[in-house]
Design a binder for this molecule. Structure first.
Ligand code: PGA
Length: 245
């Protein structure tokens, strides 16, 4: 999946159906293979019942396979609820749940072992961006979570923290450059197959076209603008126009 809706902590039963109806009114269902939705855990089953071609994902998993870990959800459990992918290392989790690179690495392994595609999020805070140290920062995030892993198939979401939920989207040409650097680091340093590299941070139906036009942008991870089916559909249309047109 290349264009992913990250619902974060939003959504109740029946919301998916309503969202899907609006999405289908706006975008062509035949093209939904490239779309993904990551609702809260509580809605995975609901989404699965009404399953379409849209890939289903979770927003996190435990770094442990099973056991006495109150409040956690394992890779096997989300697989059992029909998930195809999982978002890992989102900056909100790194920040609010002090998630370490080591834990993220274990989560990538857990996901892979259960045939769930990991979408690893990386991205720099504002002060690093301002100091022009983004490349070093991303390199160390990648080192921390990919070093020592073997033969892993994954996608990466580049999400500058200062762009998430702020309306302050990164410049498309900068996104393109950073994506090409990430690709280069991955192929040089790690035993991973990078399926897609997608951008996240204030993507909406107005700015997505120019972002999707960039050579090294394979898609987007969308928070706020993905909650409304029509809005997500318009972003999907911008993607399809460039990649299937
Ligand atoms: P946003 O969130 O689109 O609301 O900026 C993106 C994300 O956090 O994945």
């Amino acid at each position: 999946m290349k264009v992913i809706a990250n619902w974060k902590m939003h959504g109740f039963k029946d919301d998916y159906l309503h969202w899907y109806k609006n999405l289908s009114k706006t975008a062509d269902e035949n093209l939904f293979d490239d779309l993904g939705i990551a609702p809260p855990f509580t809605l995975l089953d609901e989404c699965k019942i009404h399953q379409s071609k849209i890939k289903l994902g979770a927003q996190n998993i435990s770094h442990l396979p099973e056991g006495p870990v109150t409040g956690e959800i394992s890779a096997a459990m989300i697989k059992n609820s029909g998930a195809d992918f999982v978002i890992l290392g989102h900056s909100e989790r790194r920040e609010l749940h002090t998630e370490t690179e080591e834990a993220i690495k274990s989560k990538i392994l857990e996901a892979s072992n259960h045939n769930i595609h990991p979408v690893l999020c990386i991205g720099e805070p504002k002060e690093i961006y301002v100091a022009k140290k983004t490349e070093d920062f991303l390199y160390s995030q990648l080192q921390g979570s990919l070093n020592d892993l073997n033969n892993i198939n994954l996608s990466i979401a580049y999400e500058p923290i200062w762009a998430i939920g702020t309306g302050d989207v990164a410049k498309p040409s900068d996104i393109n450059k950073i994506h090409s650097i990430i690709k280069e680091i991955c192929s040089r340093e790690f035993d991973v197959k990078l399926e897609n590299i997608i951008y996240g941070g204030s993507v909406n139906d107005q700015n997505s076209k120019e972002i999707f036009e960039q050579e090294h942008v394979n898609g987007a991870l969308i928070g706020g603008a993905s909650l409304d089916g029509h809005s997500f559909g318009r972003i999907a249309n911008n993607f399809f126009e460039i990649h299937n047109g």
